[in-house]
Design a protein around this ligand. Structure first.
Ligand SMILES: [Zn+2]
Length: 88
């Protein structure tokens, strides 16, 4: 009766069994310390880390892949245009 544990999508919040989820590394830059918990526990290096493993559902994982690909494509396009302008 042990089912897979359900994971919550980091992007859209949907809950699905773990095999249907993708694990990604979410990188976050901490600009403020507002996130820190006001507990009496000592601050660990873990809490200070900028990247952590999160789960996202398949559509959100696909969206992340698409956006990163399009960003890369756009970057390459910009570089090509700049190189072309510098060339002439
Ligand atoms: Zn999702």
């Amino acid at each position: 009766m042990s089912e897979y544990s359900k994971k919550t999508c980091y992007d859209c919040g949907i809950r699905k069994p773990q095999p249907e989820m993708r694990r990604v590394t979410e990188t976050k830059i901490n600009h403020s310390h507002g996130y820190s918990h006001k507990t009496k526990k000592t601050t660990t290096s873990r809490a200070y880390s900028n990247s952590r493993k999160v789960f996202v559902c398949q559509p959100c994982a696909q969206k992340r892949t698409d956006s990163s690909n399009s960003n890369l494509g756009f970057l390459i396009l910009v570089v090509c245009v700049v190189a072309f302008l510098l060339w002439i």
